[in-house]
Structures are given as structure tokens and as C-alpha cells.
Ligand binder design. Structure first.
Ligand code: DX5
Ligand code: ZN
Length: 220
């Protein structure tokens, strides 16, 4: 049986009640924590940095998936490992030496992810796909939660799935941005393994139930 995963994005949590929202995810059927780090340079927004991440990972009881939207991420790989990241995802567009960054992430004991902006072709990952544990396809322009899903992303999931197969890789596909019950099932049917959801979960009346329903929907 396939196990498609849900990774709630803490960007949509209530920052004044972070511990409460982290416990909510700990107690839910969610699989991972998705944590977005933004530097105000790579993306036009600043989220939170090391001290907040440190406070978060003191409470997280599930796999920690850190999505770096920062320039020159190599500078901080060791720090993210020390703070408890299990998966560290860097942006293709932010890495001059992507292969070296991936090796460094793995040497620090983490899984290595690569995120692609909506305008970046999946074909550009052909030469590194066997070194990548997960590709995060951005289905919105990174920087903000609560945006609309870009429809073209369905095709990108399909193309990436084919590329992974052609190259005999075992890379996971994550989709991030604008995920709801309206697109989730189609995304996994096309090959997605992990769905990130921020506002859809945290703005719901009952986030725990919403996670449970979404999990059921994508594993049908
Ligand atoms: C956007 C972030 C996403 C964001 C998703 O730059 O990478 O992880 O939190 O939020 P929603 O699900 O609200 O689009
Ligand atoms: Zn993200």
C-alpha cells in the first residue's frame, strides 16, 4: 500500500501560540513538519531564523522538513543539522554548485532536497537526480502562504515522475503551495509523494480533522 505523506507548513501557524500548534501536529495524522526559512533576499519576505527553529525543534516529534528560501545556503548547512533538520531543501536557483551543496547536506547527516520555482524546468535536474532525496516542486511563487495553486504544476509532477523513472532514481516528489482537497488527489495520482499544506490546514475550523481527511483522500 502506498503511503502518501502530509507535511503541514508552520508558516501558517499562530506564531504567538507556536507550541500549541506544534503539539496539534504532533497529535495529528500528519507525517512531517514543513518549516519555511526566508531571508528577504531570495524571496521578498522574511519568516523566522535559527532561534525560532531551535525553539520549534524542541517540541517537534515528527520528521523535520526544512525548506530554505535563502541565497547561498551552504553557509548554514551545519547549523541546520545541529538544530534538528532531517531533510534540508535548497533552491536550485540559489545554488551555484548544487552538486556540492547536496553532498554537504548528506555529509551532515540529513536528507537532501532541491526546490524548483514555478519557472524552472524539471529537466535541469537530470544530471543530479540520483543525488537528490526529494524534489520540492513549488506550485506557487515562494515567499508567502495562502496563494493560488498554479495549474501548470500538474504537468511538472508528471514530467518529474517520468524523469525519475528514466534515470532509475528513488527521489520523492513534494508539492508546495496552494494545496487543498481540490488538487491533492490529482497530485498524488500524478506521482507526488508528499504534500505541503499551510493555510488549508491552519485556517480550517478543525485542523486535526482536516489533516485526517486529507490523509485519507490521498491514500484512497
Ligand atoms: C511558500 C512556502 C510554503 C507555504 C505554503 O513560499 O514554501 O511552504 O507555507 O503555504 P500554503 O499551503 O498556504 O500555500
Ligand atoms: Zn515551503
Amino acid at each position: 500500500m502506498s503511503n502518501k505523506l502530509i507535511a503541514p507548513s508552520l508558516l501558517a501557524a499562530d506564531f504567538a501560540n507556536l507550541q500549541r500548534d506544534i503539539e496539534l501536529i504532533n497529535d495529528s495524522e500528519a507525517d512531517w513538519f514543513h518549516i519555511d526559512i526566508m531571508d528577504g533576499v531570495f524571496v521578498p519576505n522574511i519568516s523566522y531564523g535559527m532561534p525560532v527553529l531551535k525553539a520549534m525543534t524542541k517540541h517537534t516529534k515528527k520528521f523535520v522538513d526544512v525548506h530554505l528560501m535563502i541565497v547561498d545556503p551552504d553557509r548554514y548547512i551545519k547549523e541546520f543539522a545541529d538544530l534538528g533538520a532531517n531533510m534540508l531543501t535548497v533552491h536550485y536557483e540559489a545554488c551555484t554548485h548544487l552538486h556540492r551543496s547536496l553532498q554537504s547536506i548528506k555529509q551532515h547527516g540529513m536528507q537532501a532536497g532541491v526546490a524548483l520555482n514555478p519557472h524552472t524546468s524539471v529537466e535541469l535536474l537530470r544530471d543530479t537526480i540520483n543525488d537528490i532525496d526529494m524534489v520540492c516542486l513549488m506550485s506557487v511563487n515562494p515567499g508567502f502562504g495562502g496563494q493560488h495553486f498554479i495549474e501548470r504544476s500538474f504537468d511538472k509532477v508528471k514530467q518529474l515522475k517520468a524523469l525519475i523513472k528514466e534515470e532509475n532514481a528513488s527521489t520523492k516528489i513534494e508539492v508546495d503551495g496552494g494545496v487543498t482537497d481540490k488538487n491533492a488527489k490529482k497530485l498524488v495520482d500524478m506521482g507526488a509523494d508528499v504534500l505541503v499544506a499551510g493555510s488549508y490546514i491552519f485556517k480550517a475550523e478543525n485542523p486535526k480533522q482536516t489533516i485526517s481527511d486529507l490523509k485519507k483522500l490521498i491514500n484512497k
